[in-house]
Design a protein around this ligand. Structure first.
Ligand code: C2E
Ligand code: MG
Ligand code: MG
Ligand code: MG
Length: 275
């Protein structure tokens, strides 16, 4: 039995904890090595205009190939967040995304996901400036995707940094919109240019009047605030058509394209995704 700081007892199953700690340590060691050896790569998922289904954007998503086994981000990003490794991962993805933006045939805009640790870097604005200028990419082609959870409790310094990025033209997307704690307050407080409507509202869009109303309300609110909307997790033609009818600006999901290697994205960007 161990004591919490408040004095209450917690029972710890020593072998279980030991095993988990060892597993976590091993995962961390392998992840650190993956960053060094190039086992981390970036996949790009197309984002299309709802009206004509043309690819105008993409989201950069980290991929880990661990000795032939693909480990999904949801299985290692939380650990990377706890250990601080996520900062290196995010900056790596940022660099690859800007390199992609510099290529012929790349989409107009690419989104990168930042965790709280990355957002807290005191020199983040300088780093972003440096990456953009090194690749010769204008700031307005970059979008930073942040979840509401990531934005909880950001310092006034970070707040000012987000506004400095906005002034440069960098886009800011609220990711997984509607699943966090303070969506509306964040729309007011931060210079948000895009809302990414969470997949959970898209899943049952056609059968759930509640979800449909929430999506419709979000789109109307966004329009009034001159914020663009992206629907995530679009898997069927019926969903894509319903979202388009509701006035959603952009669509992202397996229907429009899976996350793919950069070469594949560049080969499809000029083409229309037919749905
Ligand atoms: P996210 O930023 O919300 O990214 C969208 C996720 O939805 C991606 O999962 C994507 O593959 C998945 N997705 C896209 N379309 C569909 C669809 O039609 N159906 C379904 N079921 N899923 C779809 P992925 O790549 O596994 O990433 C999961 C999460 O991991 C991301 O959610 C993001 O929060 C985090 N993540 C990924 N890459 C990075 C990164 O470089 N840095 C940080 N900090 N987080 C990352
Ligand atoms: Mg995202
Ligand atoms: Mg999302
Ligand atoms: Mg997510």
């Amino acid at each position: 039995e161990a004591k919490r700081t408040d004095g209450t007892a917690v029972r710890i199953y020593e072998t279980g904890l030991g095993t988990r700690a060892a597993e976590r340590y091993d995962l961390e060691r392998r992840l650190r090595e993956a960053l060094r050896t190039g086992a981390l790569t970036v996949a790009f998922q197309p984002i299309v205009e709802a009206d004509d289904r043309r690819i105008t954007g993409a989201e950069a998503l980290v991929r880990w190939n661990d000795d032939g086994r693909a480990i999904p981000p949801d299985d290692f990003i939380p650990l990377a967040e706890q250990t601080g490794l996520v900062v290196d991962i995010d900056l790596f993805v940022l660099d690859r995304a800007c390199a992609a933006l510099a290529m012929a045939g790349s989409p107009n805009r690419i989104g990168v996901n930042f965790s709280a640790g990355t957002l807290a870097l005191p020199d983040l604005v300088d780093r972003i400036d440096e990456v953009l200028s090194r690749h010769g990419v204008p700031a307005d082609r970059l979008c930073i995707e942040l979840t509401e959870t990531t934005l909880i409790g950001v310092s006034p310094v970070t707040d000012a940094m987000l506004h400095a990025l906005f002034d440069r033209g960098v886009h800011l997307a609220l990711d997984d919109f509607g699943t966090g704690y303070a969506s509306l307050n964040y729309l007011r407080r931060f210079p948000v240019t895009r809302i990414k409507i969470d997949r959970s509202f898209v899943d049952d869009l056609l059968s759930s009047p509640e979800d449909s109303a929430i999506v419709q309300g979000t789109v109307l609110l966004a329009k009034r605030l001159s914020i663009q909307t992206v629907a995530e997790g679009v898997e069927t033609v019926a969903q894509a058509d319903a979202l388009t009818a509701l006035g959603c600006d952009h669509l992202q999901g397996y229907l429009l394209g899976r996350p793919m290697p950069l070469e594949d994205l560049l080969a499809t960007t000029s083409a229309c995704v037919r749905t």
